[in-house]
Design a protein around this ligand. Structure first.
Ligand SMILES: Cc1cc2nc3c(=O)[nH]c(=O)nc-3n(C[C@H](O)[C@H](O)[C@H](O)COP(=O)(O)OP(=O)(O)OC[C@H]3O[C@@H](n4cnc5c(N)ncnc54)[C@H](O)[C@@H]3O)c2cc1C
Length: 451
């Protein structure tokens, strides 16, 4: 294992997704000698993109650049420099054959009157119940995510939209998901906003996403490429980390052929993959790692002759709309994403083992999506001039009821071995790109992340 194939460096970073590339860049700027080890043929992870027949699609689902974190937002925009276009977010929910304003609770005016009444009635009752509980000092925190949805939005909005949508994206029973992660991420709507929107007065909702950026050329991968450019020669692709061992004060990381020796090891790969690369992990920790839940995503890419609806993306909650939980229109993100006169659709279908998209072949899934979009009147099959499909085994962290206990056990063990964890599936947290960059910045600056 040692000998000719031993490469000594100061810091080894496992995984060259957005987090690994950002860490490498920041550490190199701070004067550290880094090497990044990436299993795939090129860096980017979930933020890779593909361009074919003039259409550009993001392989890990449709990505936009946005953030409430102004330092991180400015940093991302600076990386893209001139390769950046800005768009107003135009997002919809598809409900009973019509487009409804997003977020759904701000779009009740667009519903048929009986559903509008049902949603409004449920929402007002939920607000009254929570005000009464607060006045009586009898607030019971929601037991689970389903409880949280019903307590916060009421039964009408829950049954019409939020329950079917969340069942579709998470692929996990909502009453077995924790509610700890939703506060802040899913804002509680003020009563006056919901009422005024139901009367037809426009309210924005999710203002931090109202304007977003997207690379003019190259899809979201252009962002990772720009971040990684100064350290590109430090990224070694085709290196699937198979073992990580402590030796003296340092680490030996190997893919079975080549070994990298480093003083410091930062892992951004899924924590389950890291556990599999360690020896002598206690059974309790391995069990906790196995209990951590995630889902996968299959992305269907469709290039069309002619335009697409004038929206950024549309949420598809109802099961009868097929497996896709969201369709986006990348050709509306920037001018370089489709040939002139053409439009594009990216459909995201999440799945867990045993769900139909897990076993369908790519062509069957493409046909399934095209058929449903044709039925909805979003495209015509004869206009389809390009199709493709890409799958990502790790898409979303699913916060089940055991999550906090499981992740604590895993993190304590791994960090106890001196391995640092940063990134979406290394920390096993629902981090968007801005969260990954924030955690990387704070990690390099030696601060606890505050997201
Ligand atoms: C459908 C979808 C839509 C999204 N949309 C947005 C959006 O609009 N805006 C936004 O800000 N964020 C969005 N995100 C989130 C964003 O994709 C992530 O926050 C970010 O890409 C995570 O980067 P990462 O480097 O932590 O993880 P990853 O991208 O998963 O990178 C991990 C890397 O480790 C590598 N690896 C794995 N195992 C090994 C091994 N054994 N050895 C070596 N390498 C290994 C992988 O190949 C990969 O390159 C979206 C995510 C999804 C799933």
């Amino acid at each position: 294992m040692h000998g000719a194939n031993l490469i000594p460096v100061t810091t080894v970073i496992l995984g060259a997704g957005l987090t690994g590339c950002t860490l490498a860049r920041l550490l190199a700027e701070a004067g550290e000698e880094v090497t990044v080890l990436e299993a795939e043929a090129r860096p980017g992870g979930l933020c890779r993109s593909v361009t074919a027949d003039g259409f550009t699609f993001d392989l890990g689902g449709s990505h936009i650049v946005f953030s409430r974190d102004l330092e991180v937002l400015a940093w991302m925009q600076e990386q893209l420099d001139a390769n950046r276009e800005e768009r107003h977010r135009e997002t919809k929910c598809w409900y009973r054959g019509a487009y409804v304003h997003y977020p759904f609770e701000n779009g009740l005016f667009d519903l048929p009157p009986e559903d509008r009444f049902r949603c409004l009635d449920g929402f007002v009752r939920a607000v009254l119940a929570s005000n009464l509980a607060a006045a009586e000092g009898d607030v019971t925190p929601p037991h689970d995510f389903l409880d949280w949805i019903r307590q916060t939005f009421g039964d009408g909005i829950a049954d019409c939209y939020l329950v079917p949508y969340n069942e579709k994206i998470w692929k996990y029973p909502l009453d077995r998901m924790s509610a700890h992660w939703v506060d802040g991420r899913v804002p509680r709507p003020p009563l006056e906003d919901v009422l005024s929107a139901a009367c037809g007065l426009q309210t924005e909702g999710y203002a931090h996403q109202a304007v977003f950026s997207y690379p003019a050329l190259g899809g979201i991968e252009a962002l990772v490429q720009a971040i990684a450019a100064p350290v590109r020669d430090r990224i070694r692709c085709g290196f699937r980390v198979a073992s990580v061992r402590r030796e003296g004060n340092g680490f030996l990381v190997s893919d079975g052929e080549t070994t990298v020796a480093a003083d410091r090891c930062i892992s951004t790969i899924p924590v389950q993959a890291l556990l599999g690369a360690l020896v002598a992990v206690p059974v309790g920790v391995l069990d906790a790692g196995e209990r951590l839940v995630h889902n996968s995503v299959a992305c269907v890419f469709i290039g069309l002759r002619g335009p697409v609806p004038p929206y950024s993306w549309v949420y598809l909650a109802a099961p009868e709309l097929g497996f896709a939980n969201r369709i986006s229109f990348p050709s509306n993100y920037s001018t370089g994403t489709a040939p002139p006169g053409c439009g594009s659709v990216l459909a995201e279908c999440t799945y867990r083992p045993g769900d139909p998209p897990a076993t369908m072949d790519d062509q069957a899934l493409i046909d399934h999506v095209v058929d449903h979009l044709e039925e909805m009147g979003i495209l015509r099959r004869e206009d389809v001039i390009y199709t493709g499909c890409a799958r990502q085994p790790y898409a979303y962290v699913v916060y089940d009821l055991d999550y906090l206990e499981s992740i604590r056990s895993v993190r304590d063990h791994v960090e106890g071995r001196g391995i640092e964890l940063v990134g979406r599936f290394a920390e096993f947290e629902y981090l968007n790109m801005d969260g990954c960059i924030r955690h990387a910045l704070d990690h390099v600056r030696g601060r606890e992340p505050c997201t």
